[in-house]
Design a protein around this ligand. Structure first.
Ligand code: SF4
Ligand code: FES
Length: 249
Protein backbone atom coordinates (compact mmCIF):
# COMPACT_ATOMS: atom_id res chain seq x y z
CA UNK A 1 0.00 0.00 0.00
CA UNK A 2 1.06 3.57 -0.67
CA UNK A 3 -0.43 6.18 1.63
CA UNK A 4 -0.40 9.91 2.27
CA UNK A 5 -0.03 10.82 5.94
CA UNK A 6 -0.98 14.22 7.36
CA UNK A 7 0.83 14.34 10.71
CA UNK A 8 0.92 16.93 13.49
CA UNK A 9 4.54 18.08 13.98
CA UNK A 10 5.45 20.18 16.99
CA UNK A 11 9.08 20.59 18.05
CA UNK A 12 8.44 21.29 21.75
CA UNK A 13 5.60 22.04 24.20
CA UNK A 14 5.71 25.80 23.49
CA UNK A 15 6.50 25.63 19.77
CA UNK A 16 3.87 26.36 17.11
CA UNK A 17 2.72 23.05 15.60
CA UNK A 18 1.41 22.31 12.11
CA UNK A 19 0.10 19.43 9.98
CA UNK A 20 2.79 18.15 7.61
CA UNK A 21 2.30 15.83 4.64
CA UNK A 22 4.36 12.64 4.20
CA UNK A 23 4.03 9.99 1.50
CA UNK A 24 4.80 6.48 2.79
CA UNK A 25 5.28 3.39 0.63
CA UNK A 26 5.66 -0.37 1.07
CA UNK A 27 2.97 -0.76 3.74
CA UNK A 28 1.57 -4.28 4.22
CA UNK A 29 -2.09 -4.73 5.23
CA UNK A 30 -0.99 -6.97 8.12
CA UNK A 31 1.22 -4.28 9.67
CA UNK A 32 -0.05 -2.56 12.78
CA UNK A 33 -0.56 1.20 12.68
CA UNK A 34 2.57 1.68 14.81
CA UNK A 35 4.60 -0.55 12.47
CA UNK A 36 3.42 1.67 9.62
CA UNK A 37 4.79 4.68 11.55
CA UNK A 38 8.06 2.75 12.10
CA UNK A 39 8.32 2.35 8.29
CA UNK A 40 7.67 6.07 7.82
CA UNK A 41 10.38 6.93 10.37
CA UNK A 42 12.89 4.61 8.67
CA UNK A 43 12.14 6.36 5.38
CA UNK A 44 12.52 9.80 7.04
CA UNK A 45 15.86 8.84 8.62
CA UNK A 46 17.21 7.62 5.26
CA UNK A 47 16.24 11.02 3.79
CA UNK A 48 18.02 12.82 6.66
CA UNK A 49 14.75 14.12 8.15
CA UNK A 50 13.72 14.00 11.80
CA UNK A 51 11.53 11.00 12.67
CA UNK A 52 8.01 11.52 14.05
CA UNK A 53 7.81 11.19 17.85
CA UNK A 54 4.97 8.99 19.09
CA UNK A 55 4.32 7.19 22.37
CA UNK A 56 4.23 3.38 22.64
CA UNK A 57 5.41 0.58 24.88
CA UNK A 58 3.71 -2.83 24.99
CA UNK A 59 2.21 -2.80 21.47
CA UNK A 60 -0.39 -5.32 22.63
CA UNK A 61 -3.20 -3.23 24.09
CA UNK A 62 -2.06 -3.30 27.71
CA UNK A 63 -0.02 -0.21 28.62
CA UNK A 64 -2.28 2.51 27.20
CA UNK A 65 0.55 4.66 25.90
CA UNK A 66 -0.20 4.59 22.13
CA UNK A 67 -2.40 7.67 22.19
CA UNK A 68 -3.17 8.74 18.62
CA UNK A 69 -6.12 10.57 17.11
CA UNK A 70 -6.57 8.98 13.67
CA UNK A 71 -8.94 10.42 11.09
CA UNK A 72 -10.78 12.26 13.86
CA UNK A 73 -11.21 9.26 16.18
CA UNK A 74 -9.32 8.30 19.31
CA UNK A 75 -7.39 5.08 18.49
CA UNK A 76 -8.76 5.34 14.94
CA UNK A 77 -11.53 3.35 13.28
CA UNK A 78 -12.71 0.16 14.96
CA UNK A 79 -14.06 -0.43 18.46
CA UNK A 80 -12.49 -2.03 21.49
CA UNK A 81 -8.90 -1.67 20.27
CA UNK A 82 -5.94 0.58 20.94
CA UNK A 83 -3.85 2.20 18.20
CA UNK A 84 -1.25 -0.57 18.46
CA UNK A 85 -3.97 -3.17 17.77
CA UNK A 86 -5.22 -1.30 14.68
CA UNK A 87 -4.04 -2.91 11.45
CA UNK A 88 -3.45 -1.32 8.07
CA UNK A 89 -6.07 -3.59 6.46
CA UNK A 90 -8.55 -1.08 7.93
CA UNK A 91 -7.31 1.36 5.24
CA UNK A 92 -7.09 1.25 1.44
CA UNK A 93 -4.18 1.76 -0.92
CA UNK A 94 -4.03 5.47 -1.80
CA UNK A 95 -5.78 6.64 1.39
CA UNK A 96 -4.92 9.90 3.12
CA UNK A 97 -4.73 9.46 6.91
CA UNK A 98 -4.79 12.31 9.44
CA UNK A 99 -2.78 11.64 12.62
CA UNK A 100 -2.92 14.00 15.61
CA UNK A 101 -2.03 13.87 19.32
CA UNK A 102 -4.70 13.80 22.05
CA UNK A 103 -6.20 17.29 22.30
CA UNK A 104 -6.82 18.35 25.92
CA UNK A 105 -5.55 21.20 28.09
CA UNK A 106 -4.61 18.70 30.79
CA UNK A 107 -2.56 16.65 28.28
CA UNK A 108 -0.01 19.15 26.89
CA UNK A 109 1.93 18.10 23.80
CA UNK A 110 5.55 17.15 24.59
CA UNK A 111 6.61 16.68 20.97
CA UNK A 112 4.78 15.78 17.72
CA UNK A 113 2.26 13.06 18.65
CA UNK A 114 3.40 12.52 22.25
CA UNK A 115 1.45 14.13 25.10
CA UNK A 116 2.08 14.41 28.83
CA UNK A 117 -0.52 12.31 30.67
CA UNK A 118 1.04 12.65 34.13
CA UNK A 119 -2.20 14.34 35.25
CA UNK A 120 -3.63 10.79 35.41
CA UNK A 121 -0.75 9.70 37.67
CA UNK A 122 -1.46 12.58 40.04
CA UNK A 123 -5.15 11.61 40.19
CA UNK A 124 -4.16 8.04 41.12
CA UNK A 125 -1.70 9.36 43.71
CA UNK A 126 -4.55 11.37 45.25
CA UNK A 127 -6.44 8.20 46.25
CA UNK A 128 -6.33 5.33 43.76
CA UNK A 129 -4.97 2.82 46.27
CA UNK A 130 -5.77 1.04 49.54
CA UNK A 131 -3.65 1.33 52.70
CA UNK A 132 -2.74 -2.13 53.98
CA UNK A 133 -0.26 -3.06 56.67
CA UNK A 134 1.54 -6.03 55.16
CA UNK A 135 4.27 -6.31 57.80
CA UNK A 136 4.32 -10.06 58.24
CA UNK A 137 0.56 -10.28 58.55
CA UNK A 138 -0.65 -10.69 54.98
CA UNK A 139 -4.11 -12.23 54.62
CA UNK A 140 -4.72 -14.98 52.11
CA UNK A 141 -6.39 -13.55 49.00
CA UNK A 142 -9.45 -15.79 49.50
CA UNK A 143 -9.95 -14.94 53.19
CA UNK A 144 -12.56 -12.26 52.45
CA UNK A 145 -15.54 -13.65 50.50
CA UNK A 146 -16.70 -11.28 47.73
CA UNK A 147 -19.94 -11.77 45.75
CA UNK A 148 -19.18 -12.80 42.17
CA UNK A 149 -21.22 -9.93 40.72
CA UNK A 150 -19.16 -7.37 42.68
CA UNK A 151 -15.89 -9.08 41.76
CA UNK A 152 -16.84 -9.08 38.06
CA UNK A 153 -17.79 -5.39 38.09
CA UNK A 154 -14.59 -4.47 39.96
CA UNK A 155 -12.55 -6.47 37.47
CA UNK A 156 -14.28 -4.80 34.51
CA UNK A 157 -13.49 -1.37 35.98
CA UNK A 158 -9.89 -2.43 36.61
CA UNK A 159 -9.33 -3.14 32.92
CA UNK A 160 -8.96 0.63 32.30
CA UNK A 161 -5.44 1.09 30.92
CA UNK A 162 -5.27 4.86 31.48
CA UNK A 163 -4.89 5.61 27.79
CA UNK A 164 -6.81 8.90 27.87
CA UNK A 165 -8.98 8.22 24.81
CA UNK A 166 -12.05 9.13 26.88
CA UNK A 167 -10.57 12.58 27.56
CA UNK A 168 -9.47 13.07 23.96
CA UNK A 169 -12.92 12.13 22.66
CA UNK A 170 -14.95 14.27 25.07
CA UNK A 171 -15.91 17.77 23.90
CA UNK A 172 -15.19 18.99 27.44
CA UNK A 173 -12.01 16.90 27.83
CA UNK A 174 -13.62 15.27 30.83
CA UNK A 175 -11.75 12.53 32.69
CA UNK A 176 -14.90 11.20 34.36
CA UNK A 177 -14.75 7.74 32.72
CA UNK A 178 -11.12 7.19 33.75
CA UNK A 179 -11.56 8.48 37.31
CA UNK A 180 -14.83 6.61 37.79
CA UNK A 181 -13.18 3.34 36.70
CA UNK A 182 -10.39 3.85 39.22
CA UNK A 183 -12.86 4.79 41.99
CA UNK A 184 -15.18 1.88 41.14
CA UNK A 185 -12.57 -0.87 41.08
CA UNK A 186 -11.91 -0.15 44.78
CA UNK A 187 -15.36 1.02 45.91
CA UNK A 188 -16.88 -2.33 44.88
CA UNK A 189 -14.56 -4.38 47.09
CA UNK A 190 -14.53 -4.63 50.91
CA UNK A 191 -10.83 -3.70 50.99
CA UNK A 192 -11.62 -0.43 49.23
CA UNK A 193 -14.59 0.61 51.36
CA UNK A 194 -12.47 1.68 54.38
CA UNK A 195 -11.06 4.76 52.59
CA UNK A 196 -13.92 5.18 50.11
CA UNK A 197 -15.04 8.64 51.22
CA UNK A 198 -11.61 10.26 51.28
CA UNK A 199 -10.70 8.53 48.02
CA UNK A 200 -13.56 9.81 45.89
CA UNK A 201 -13.35 13.35 47.28
CA UNK A 202 -9.57 13.55 46.77
CA UNK A 203 -9.54 12.02 43.28
CA UNK A 204 -12.36 14.26 42.03
CA UNK A 205 -10.67 17.34 43.54
CA UNK A 206 -7.41 16.41 41.78
CA UNK A 207 -9.27 15.79 38.51
CA UNK A 208 -10.71 19.32 38.71
CA UNK A 209 -7.35 20.82 39.71
CA UNK A 210 -5.70 19.28 36.63
CA UNK A 211 -8.09 21.17 34.33
CA UNK A 212 -10.29 18.37 33.02
CA UNK A 213 -13.79 19.53 32.08
CA UNK A 214 -17.15 18.35 33.31
CA UNK A 215 -19.06 15.38 31.87
CA UNK A 216 -21.05 16.15 28.70
CA UNK A 217 -23.42 13.18 29.22
CA UNK A 218 -23.04 12.33 25.52
CA UNK A 219 -21.41 8.93 26.18
CA UNK A 220 -18.72 9.47 23.51
CA UNK A 221 -16.08 8.30 26.01
CA UNK A 222 -17.71 4.89 26.41
CA UNK A 223 -17.93 4.46 22.62
CA UNK A 224 -14.23 5.20 22.04
CA UNK A 225 -12.86 3.45 25.14
CA UNK A 226 -10.71 0.52 23.95
CA UNK A 227 -11.53 -1.46 27.09
CA UNK A 228 -15.31 -1.02 27.08
CA UNK A 229 -15.40 0.84 30.41
CA UNK A 230 -19.09 1.43 31.10
CA UNK A 231 -20.83 4.73 31.88
CA UNK A 232 -22.28 2.82 34.83
CA UNK A 233 -18.99 3.63 36.58
CA UNK A 234 -19.65 7.37 36.26
CA UNK A 235 -23.07 6.90 37.87
CA UNK A 236 -21.43 4.89 40.67
CA UNK A 237 -18.77 7.57 41.22
CA UNK A 238 -21.45 10.26 41.42
CA UNK A 239 -23.27 8.25 44.11
CA UNK A 240 -19.99 7.67 45.97
CA UNK A 241 -19.19 11.38 45.78
CA UNK A 242 -22.62 12.46 47.03
CA UNK A 243 -22.48 10.08 49.99
CA UNK A 244 -18.92 11.12 50.86
CA UNK A 245 -19.79 14.82 50.65
CA UNK A 246 -22.76 14.36 52.99
CA UNK A 247 -21.07 12.18 55.62
CA UNK A 248 -17.85 14.21 55.78
CA UNK A 249 -19.63 17.59 55.94
S1 SF4 B 1 -11.67 4.69 30.63
FE1 SF4 B 1 -11.14 3.70 28.67
S2 SF4 B 1 -10.58 5.42 27.32
FE2 SF4 B 1 -10.49 6.18 29.42
S3 SF4 B 1 -8.38 5.90 30.11
FE3 SF4 B 1 -9.51 4.04 30.75
S4 SF4 B 1 -9.22 2.59 29.06
FE4 SF4 B 1 -8.65 4.61 28.23
S1 FES C 1 1.47 0.42 22.97
FE1 FES C 1 0.65 -0.37 24.87
S2 FES C 1 -1.51 -0.24 24.57
FE2 FES C 1 -0.70 0.34 22.64
Amino acid sequence: MNLTLKIWRQASPKAQGAMKTYPVSGIEPDMSFLEMLDVLNEQLVVKGEEPVVFDHDCREGICGSCSLYINGEAHGPGRGITTCQLHMRSFKDGDTIYIEPWRAKAFPVIKDLMVDRSAFDRIIAAGGYISVNTSGNTLDANAIPIPKEDADKAFDAATCIGCGACVATCKNSSAMLFVSAKVSQLALLPQGKVEANERVLSMVAQMDAEGFGSCTNTGACEVECPKGISLENIARMNREYLRAAVVTE
